[in-house]
Design a protein. Structure first.
Length: 171
């Protein structure tokens, strides 16, 4: 798959890890990405701290279309708490349901998801979103960020073309 950076879809999901070694480095990357997009692009994010909130804020600043923020549903949290799950597990269930909603919303407009992944993160939210992209055939570009905030591979069309899975591209 070749990614045409000049003609990206008009709906883009931006999700990712909440913690990185150098938060400012990654925040600037998200702002740079959003500032590059056409002004009529719609950003869809999940409202979490870090990548999601930075994408939302950058979209409000750089784009003409209000961003869409899909937060976890408190009713789902309550439902799982009532079934005996602890607070953290119940919230994770709601967050995973929200991740599916993000991908479904992006899919509705034939969009794409950009996922910023801290390779040292122990949480599974970003992976869950990418898994939903696979299941729903939504292209997902994963920007993998390693130790010392180094991009693990350069972002080029050649790198994108090398990947064998069309819907999940690892960068």
């Amino acid at each position: 798959m070749q990614l045409d950076w000049e003609n990206l879809p008009k709906t883009i999901g931006i999700v990712g890890s909440r913690e990185f070694e150098n938060m400012q480095f990654v925040q600037e990357a998200v702002y740079d990405l959003v500032s590059f997009l056409e002004s009529d692009t719609t950003i869809v994010s999940g409202g979490a701290a870090g990548i999601d909130s930075w994408a939302y804020d950058a979209a409000r600043f750089f784009l003409d279309v209000p961003p869409i923020e899909l937060k976890p549903d408190n009713e789902i949290v309550k439902e799982w708490l009532d079934k005996g799950l602890n607070n953290r597990a119940a919230y994770a269930k709601a967050a995973f349901a929200r991740n599916k909603q993000i991908v479904e919303r992006v899919r509705k407009d034939d969009g794409i998801v950009f996922a910023f992944k801290n390779i040292n993160s122990k949480t599974k939210g970003t992976d869950n979103t990418c898994d939903w992209c696979d299941k729903l055939y939504v292209p997902c570009i994963i920007f993998r960020i390693g130790e010392d905030n180094e991009w693990l591979m350069p972002i080029t069309n050649e790198v994108l073309a090398m990947n064998k899975r069309w819907s999940r591209l690892l960068l």
